[in-house]
Write a protein that binds this ligand. Structure first.
Ligand SMILES: [Zn+2]
Length: 119
């Protein structure tokens, strides 16, 4: 088990295992957040937060919501607005303790344009 926590600890995201790779996306929202995304099946991730502890940002096609802590502002994850069975979500790996990332490979996703990996 591995837990990502926002800075103040109000939002905790727990996953079963370390990510093997994490994604650095250059799209308009990800580059501003400075997030590194680890992808997991949504039904395999546990989110512990009080109901009013988070805020969500939805934009564009309104398919995804980017969730942050209402207190400290750290972006903790994104998930689908309308979840689908077996669908995945993104956990901001920046919120893991640094040593938890181990040897995870960082991949560069061109989400701004071609939607392909650049490496
Ligand atoms: Zn917080």
């Amino acid at each position: 088990m591995l837990t990502a926590s926002c800075h103040c600890g109000a939002v905790r995201v727990t996953v079963a295992r370390r990510p093997q790779s994490i994604t650095n996306c250059n799209c308009s929202i990800c580059r501003r957040h400075g997030a590194l995304w680890a992808y997991y099946r949504q039904d395999s991730v546990r989110i512990d937060a009080a109901p009013d502890a988070t805020q969500a940002y939805v934009w564009g096609r309104k398919a995804l919501k980017f969730v942050r802590c209402r207190t400290c502002g750290c972006v903790t994850h994104w998930q689908r607005v309308a979840p689908v069975p077996g669908g995945r979500m993104g956990v901001n790996a920046r919120n893991f303790e640094p040593d938890a990332l181990g040897a995870a490979r960082i991949r560069r996703l061109d989400g701004a344009s071609s939607w392909t990996y650049l490496d």
